[in-house]
Design a binder for this molecule. Structure first.
Ligand code: NAD
Length: 499
């Protein structure tokens, strides 16, 4: 599988490098406005052909794609490891989830989107009513680097299954993975090769994709970039889906299984070096469990090792600039009276597992997305206070509740201001393809995954068909004068009794 696109001498290029070592992983073209526009133009006839194939034929080809990915899982995982820095095993997990989503999207598209009859209702009783969800055409997907397979596939799989062609711009930090995914599509589905294409480059290439006349732009990344994407898309009234950052909280209630909560918090906060949009960044533990929880988290976090070596629990930071953000948050928390019970140190791109306590609620480490291997644990009087603090955030992506009571946990989960919440585990919703994925507030809007994720890449189409004429046609100039009064009487009988 080639890691680099064919390059001619006139094309500007950029390198992607391995985090930590700086070894070059691949060289890629910087696609400019013309190149992006050409790619989208190539996608147009491909989209028409793909849409015309219908659900059954598309499902076969999506299956061929996932089969191809499954057979080369370790090859792709190795590339993700090299380019993103995460352990090979984590990359395997990420790809496994993406394959599962591809399977679900292909299998559920017909029933979710296909033509179906709906009740016509009283006023149109002599008509049949139909609803279907038709593809939009060409969807632009702009992705981040932290889950370079799973995250963009959340848009790509659902957009493809809904009948669209996709032009994908991977992050400039993980272009090799994006190019690999598109090459895999061409190899697995050669008769629809242009249905999934990739363009490479940094922000300017992404901005060009926003302005290239795509029918929808699915963006996953930071909130500041999301604002720029939305502004660029507004120029051409291109609809957008925004999957942005989070500051996810876990609530640990009085009757929670504390060791299980601690284990999940450590994984949710520190795996992938904390570079997880739905990672746990804050924990609100009730007074009853706080000391035990902090002791368990401390013991577990101390055992973890960061690095590029075999057996490391997580890798170096993928994006060099993020190290400064993490350092600023940790230093700010300590300066404000917080304590690092574990870690707090930075060594180049390696950040030690860091557990912070006694951090004031207005510190950046509590308010802003840190996106590093850190966790802030705060003491609260009870779960209600935990919920209040969890919800006091401009972000609202996901979260977790640990509680011994199913009723109480579900109640807290439902009132958590977030798009997704897991009870007695972390991040689980992302592995349930039937569940929609997306945030509220500054975490964005729109949904990938599940039936909502399929519909996100479609437009609803409504059709009525007259089955037989009525003696009186209300929507005709031939209707008798008394007809409106008769209708008013019927409506009075049906609806007028409601007070
Ligand atoms: P980023 O915003 O820096 O970049 C994301 C993508 O946008 C990249 O491909 C980049 O090249 C492109 N881009 C940059 N400027 C652009 C512009 N002006 N127009 C169009 N595209 C442009 O984000 P990142 O650092 O790659 O990713 C980390 C962020 O992504 C974090 O905030 C994380 O929480 C978020 N994230 C969210 C989800 C989710 O599903 N909600 C998933 C993963 C990551």
């Amino acid at each position: 599988m080639p890691l680099s696109e064919e390059l001619d001498m006139a094309t500007a290029t950029f390198e992607s490098t391995a985090p930590g070592t700086g070894a070059v992983v691949g060289v890629f073209p910087v696609h400019d406005t013309d190149a992006v526009t050409e790619t989208v133009a190539r996608a147009r006839p491909a989209a028409e052909h793909w849409a015309a194939l219908g659900f059954g034929e598309r499902k076969l080809r999506l299956a061929a794609y996932r089969g191809y990915l499954a057979r080369r899982l370790h090859e792709l995982a190795d590339l993700v490891h090299r380019e993103n820095g995460k352990p090979h095993a984590d990359a395997v997990l990420e790809i496994t989830l993406a394959i599962d989503h591809l399977a679900w999207a292909g299998a559920h598209a017909p029933r979710t989107l296909g033509l179906r009859r709906v009740r016509a209702g009283l006023l149109a009783a002599n008509h049949a009513a139909y609803l279907e969800y038709r593809p939009l055409g060409v969807v632009g997907v702009i992705g981040p680097w932290n889950y370079p397979v799973f995250t963009p596939m959340g848009s790509i799989a659902y957009a493809l299954a809904a009948g669209n062609a996709v032009v994908f711009k991977p992050s400039e930090l993980t272009p090799a993975v994006g190019v690999w995914l598109a090459a895999a599509w061409r190899a697995a589905v050669p008769d629809c090769a242009d249905v999934l294409q990739v363009v490479t480059g940094a922000g300017e290439t992404g901005a060009a994709l926003c302005r290239a006349g795509v029918d929808k732009l699915a963006f996953t990344g930071s909130a500041p970039t999301g604002r720029r994407v939305m502004a660029a898309c507004a120029e051409t009234l291109t609809p957008v889906l925004l999957e942005l950052g989070g500051k996810d909280a876990m609530i640990v209630d009085d009757d929670a299984d504390v060791p299980a909560a601690a284990d999940a918090a450590v994984w949710g906060a520190l795996s992938n070096a904390g570079q997880t949009c739905i990672g746990i960044e804050r924990v609100y533990a009730t007074d009853a469990v706080y000391d035990r929880f902090v002791a368990e988290v401390t013991a577990k976090a101390r055992d973890l090792s960061a690095g590029a070596h075999e057996g490391a629990h997580y890798g170096p930071m993928t994006m060099p600039g993020q190290v400064d953000v993490v350092r600023r948050h940790v230093e700010g928390a300590l300066a404000a009276g917080g304590r690092a019970v574990v870690g707090g140190t930075v060594d180049g791109a390696l950040i030690a597992p860091t557990v912070l306590v006694d951090v004031p609620a207005d510190a950046d480490a509590v308010r802003e997305e840190t996106f590093g291997p850190t966790i802030v644990v705060s003491r609260v009087a009870d779960a209600e206070e935990g919920l209040r603090q969890a919800n006091a955030s401009v972000h609202g992506l996901a979260g977790a509740v640990f509680s011994g009571s199913r009723t109480r946990a579900l109640d807290l989960a439902r009132r958590m201001r977030s798009g997704m919440t897991s009870v007695n585990s972390v991040l689980t919703f992302a592995s349930v393809p039937a569940l929609p994925f997306g945030g509220v507030g500054e975490s964005g809007f729109g949904r990938i995954h599940g039936e909502d994720g399929l519909r996100e890449f479609t437009r609803a189409k409504a059709i009525t068909r007259r089955r037989f004429p009525l003696p009186v046609d209300l929507m005709s100039f031939t209707r008798p004068e008394a007809a409106a009064d008769a209708v008013a009487r019927v409506i009075g009988l049906v609806h007028g009794r409601h007070r």
